[in-house]
Design a protein around this ligand. Structure first.
Ligand code: AMP
Length: 402
């Protein structure tokens, strides 16, 4: 049984073909610069001998429909014709499901309409997701297609956690509330943790930390997200590569008054020129760590700020959950940076969190424990796999006929 997973941006399409019996990725790739004269395609596929081969191609791709057709052709050329013909389903990552979608759904006209209505909440992402959905429906009309929402996992947050203390009419009129993002990743690593412990997810209290270029934390009780650090948009919460995370809400007005920048310019500043980049000029954590190793003062400051913010969220979510079984690190930084993991947990021994230096410094691609043996709280590193989670949810949704 094969699933095609599509994650579409405004000028890109990432894809994977996953075999659900073996969990093998049969092919994966990305088209970038759609709409520009030279679009590029990177495509990697599994060969009969079990090894992967990769090619890079360029050509003009006018829109997402052409992009998808190019992917189909390259998949054909690399021996995947049968796999594409026999697709069980197509799973689309959709960023914003608002309050309408608490779980994945089979895509039909009503669903498309609802995703379109959510565009004001995700003006960059939902339109890009929709063009890919429409292209895939046109190219694969006979294959069931499922929308899997980044926001859905957080839809069970209680009202006292998701409301902002602003006039209630803003919620009623404009849907102003906290939604949370990275849901498929938080959900995937929560399930992986339960499998690792051999315990039902229902019994576990977890803090999941997705630390990548975007970063968010979640408090997960019994497999449900009861609080998360991102809000109305993915700008709130942890410090990120280029996003500021939590700030005083009056800061944009103050900057506007002092600098004369427009709200659009400030919006762009807080999303694209802030976070780690705003402090030290770089958003790639590897570069920042290497500069910090050379005692670069601003790189050191940005690391201190990054880890301090994570620690504050661990403390807050520990209180929210009333104790935890595990804290989980995932995402490019969470999976790969021992120094960020240990510094974010420094001084938390009284909460039962103690990192073992040797385990923390042993890299692995598997789920692994990095806590000291006697620590009451487990600390786990779990590689995330949002595409696999989308594929799993696509199969479940189609099988249940939802
Ligand atoms: P993601 O958005 O999940 O792909 O994560 C991207 C971030 O992970 C970037 O800031 C990378 O610098 C960071 N990253 C990847 N590998 C490492 C590593 N070995 N050590 C520290 N950070 C890393």
């Amino acid at each position: 049984m094969n699933i095609l997973v599509i994650n579409s941006g405004s000028s890109s399409i990432k894809y994977q073909i996953v075999n659900m019996s073996s969990n093998n990725v049969l092919a994966s790739g990305v088209i970038e610069r759609i709409g520009e004269p030279q679009s590029s395609l990177k495509h990697k596929w599994l060969k009969a001998d079990g090894s992967y081969e990769e090619i890079s191609l360029t050509r003009e791709v006018a829109d997402h429909r052409e992009g998808l057709q190019w992917i189909t052709k390259v998949a054909d050329d690399t021996g995947l014709t049968q796999q594409l013909k026999g697709l069980f389903g197509i799973g689309h990552r959709v960023v914003h499901g608002g309050e309408v979608f608490q779980e994945p759904v089979i895509i039909n006209d009503k669903v498309i309409d609802a995703i379109r209505k959510m565009i004001p909440l995700a003006p960059l992402h939902n339109p890009a997701n929709l063009v890919a959905i429409e292209a895939a429906l046109a190219d694969y009309p006979e294959v069931p297609q499922v929308a899997v929402f980044d926001t859905a996992f957080h839809q069970e947050m209680p009202p006292y956690a998701f409301h902002y203390a602003v006039p209630y009419e803003l919620y009623k009129n404009y849907h102003v509330r906290r939604y949370g993002f990275h849901g498929t990743s938080h959900q995937f690593v929560s399930k992986q943790a339960a499998a690792y412990f051999g315990r039902p997810l229902k019994e576990l209290n977890l803090i999941t930390l997705h630390l990548g270029n975007g970063a968010s934390a979640s408090a997960v009780r019994g497999g449900k997200s009861i609080d998360t650090s991102m809000g109305l948009t993915p700008l709130e919460g942890l410090i990120m590569g280029t996003r500021c995370g939590d700030i005083d809400p009056s800061l944009p007005f103050y900057i506007a008054q002092r600098s004369g920048l427009s709200f659009n310019e400030i919006d762009c500043m807080l999303n694209k020129q802030s976070g780690l980049k705003g402090i030290c000029g770089a958003n790639d954590m590897r570069e920042i760590i290497s500069r910090a190793d050379g005692n670069d003062a601003l790189a050191l400051l940005s690391l201190d700020m990054f880890c301090y913010r994570i620690k504050k969220y661990i403390g807050a979510y520990y209180a929210v959950l009333g104790g935890i079984d595990a804290v989980i690190f995932t995402g490019g930084i969470g999976e790969n940076s021992a120094v960020i993991r240990s510094r974010s947990c420094e001084g938390l021994q009284r909460l039962g969190i103690s990192i073992d230096a040797e385990k923390n410094n042993s890299p692995s691609k598997e789920v692994r424990e990095i806590n000291q043996n006697a620590a009451p709280v487990k600390a786990l590193v779990i590689p995330t796999n949002e595409e696999l989670e989308i594929a799993v949810q696509t199969v479940e949704t189609i099988s249940a006929g939802k």
